[in-house]
Design a protein around this ligand. Sequence first.
Ligand code: TYC
Length: 99
Amino acid sequence: MSTKKELEFDDELALMEPKQYKVLLLNDDYTSMDFVVEVLMNIFHKTYQEAEQIMLDVHRKEKGLCGVYTYEVAETKIMQVSKLAREQGYPLKATMEEA
Ligand code: TYC
């Protein structure tokens, strides 16, 4: 149970800090592994090693965390993934959920 003081503190923090959203990459059967690594490096600023690990995680577990951002930044990243994938003829998709 929260004390009154803790509740006030949480409320104040909520006013100061924007909510954070996880951007998740989704697996599919058609997007190439190299393209997913490229997306993770170019849009999510991962190193090659990090990108490869996340890509394999998504490939094996259907979903993987790309990063945590404010709503607007998360939305922009998701649109960038969609656009780049569409241009290359891949069905790759990303989604977000509250962190
Ligand atoms: N499953 C894809 C393949 O075997 C690779 C892949 C990984 C696709 C991650 C999407 O988010 C993804 N070519």
